[in-house]
Design a protein around this ligand. Sequence first.
Ligand SMILES: [Mg+2]
Length: 231
Amino acid sequence: MKIEAIVFDLDNTLVDFMRMKREAVRAAAEAMVGAGLRMSPDEVYDEIFKIYEREGIEDQRVFNKLLEKLLGKVDWHILAAGIVAYRKAKEANLRPYPYVKTLLVNLLKRGYKLAVVSDAPRLQAWTRLVESSLDPFFEVVVAYEDTFERKPSEAPFRKVLELLKIDNPRNSLMVGDWAERDVVGAKSIGMITVFARYGDTFGTVNSGADYEINEPLELLDVLDKLENSKV
Ligand SMILES: [Mg+2]
């Protein structure tokens, strides 16, 4: 079997997004308490994650909403303290998983086309790629605004293969940490699927994927198997 392209999900597959989020929210909570918010940092941390759960993890006004809820209004000093601490901690903590760069260098040397398909808005997806220094590796990046549909919709998967000029989905691989989105969506158009178990935050038991990897470099073993199979 000839694999031509490998498509990656971004958050919790290439970069350890949840780790960054936890560290950044922790720093923001402490800074807001330091600027005069009269609660414990742990309580502030929990309140912020409640807002993310309700409004989505990409919410850009989460601290405004927090202060409106807790104080009935925005305190600009506390807001600024939270935003600045969040940004600094985010920059310090947004990293690829170990050996992701080694993996990507190997894949390029072996001649695969590489792409990203993410539900994140374009600017957030690109910012995270640049912050983690992964941006030079990818030929195509499909983000939310490219189709205005989210995985497991077929649209983002079809879009990424179209831009990569891959006619047969069986010649491509989708790697992702979210079974209901990454695996289900890619499978529905016939891509070969790889579940990134190391990024799983849901305790997924049965991913439904063709292959599973416990660390990024195991993808090379999957490719060896596929390239050596006659089917
Ligand atoms: Mg993900």
